[in-house]
Write a protein that binds this ligand. Structure first.
Ligand SMILES: [Zn+2]
Ligand SMILES: [Zn+2]
Length: 311
């Protein structure tokens, strides 16, 4: 069983749990007493993890448990890999920001990842991530960022673009719990050692897949101003307390230095997108071509190692 080494799930806050699937997290959020009964799943892991997600849900909520909705921070393939499989088991609405919908309805593809901007294996491996859109048109619902999500009435939805155009984060002001997706993450996602060992380090959004750094900086500033006491992100362990607030403030204040890659395809010019999908991709400059070839060779090695790891 490829995921058996990870612990089953972990508690994030009251009514909020997470599960780590190889290198990406999914979250389970239950509504409090006095609100509509039920729970939602946030994000849908990597391909092949549907059974793992279902069994964690049943451990938390009981046999046969079914979410009232699935909510996506964004539609990258490591956050939507098990989505189609899950929908066969749970035919529920899937909420996403309207700028993510083109990647969930077969209309558009994300801009290519940039394998030259990371420091290690994960960046190199990113060339193997699925970039073609899936089509779950029958289940998709556009998130109303003002009104929130009916199935999760107490949580605020915050548009936090940059990593992707329609990236959103979720915030419960009652106990300042933040589910931040990949707006910032809790490990160095570009580094294979950090990622596989789940080493804690508050970092900017994963570099190889982030296509608008100006927007990403603004989003981190917005999230920092919320002063969350608990944050569950797409990658890495849960962050808490003063350590979280200080390192998030530090990232917001020194974002260019700490998070933005030097050079690389999207560092100077962002890719552009709207509700119709991607409409501008900055050209791949020749200076980055050499690094890309090196990246590709590394990626092949990375892929082989990953294959061995998940056996
Ligand atoms: Zn992502
Ligand atoms: Zn991610």
């Amino acid at each position: 069983m490829i995921f058996s080494k990870s612990p089953d799930y972990f508690q994030v806050a009251q009514g909020v749990w997470g599960a780590r699937i190889l290198f990406v997290n999914v979250y389970f959020i239950a509504n409090r007493r006095g609100f509509p009964k039920g729970w939602v799943l946030v994000d849908a892991g990597i391909q092949g993890s549907a059974q793992r997600i279902i069994s964690v849900a049943e451990s938390i909520f009981g046999t046969g448990a079914k979410p009232s909705a699935i909510i996506l921070t964004h539609a990258h393939s490591d956050h939507t890999g098990a989505l189609e499989e899950l929908l066969k088991h749970w035919d529920v609405p899937v909420y996403a920001h309207e700028y993510e919908v083109p990647y969930l309805t077969g209309k558009s593809s994300y801009p290519p990842s940039d394998p030259t901007v990371g420091e290690g294996m994960m960046s190199l491996m990113s060339v193997f991530f699925r970039k073609e859109p899936i089509d779950i048109s029958n289940n998709i619902r556009i998130i109303d960022t003002e009104g929130g999500i009916p199935e999760l009435p107490e949580w605020r939805v915050i548009h936090t673009p940059g990593h992707t155009p329609g990236h959103v984060s979720f915030f419960l002001s009652l106990n300042t719990t933040l589910i931040a997706g990949d707006a910032f993450v809790a490990t160095k996602q570009e580094s294979a050692i950090y990622t596989i060992s789940n080493i804690k380090k508050l970092s900017g959004p994963p570099r190889y897949m982030t296509t608008d750094w100006v927007a990403a900086e603004a989003s981190v500033k917005v999230l920092s101003l919320l002063e969350p006491r608990i944050a569950g992100t797409g990658h890495g362990p849960v962050l808490r307390g003063r350590e979280l607030q200080e390192s998030l403030r530090n990232l917001a204040e020194n974002f260019v230095e700490l998070a933005v890659p030097k050079g690389g395809r999207y560092a100077e010019k962002p890719a552009e997108a709207d509700e119709t999908g991607t409409y501008y991709i900055p050209p791949f400059r020749s200076t980055t071509k050499f690094k890309a070839v090196a990246g590709l060779l590394g990626a092949l090695a990375g892929f082989a190692i990953t294959k061995a790891l998940v056996k």
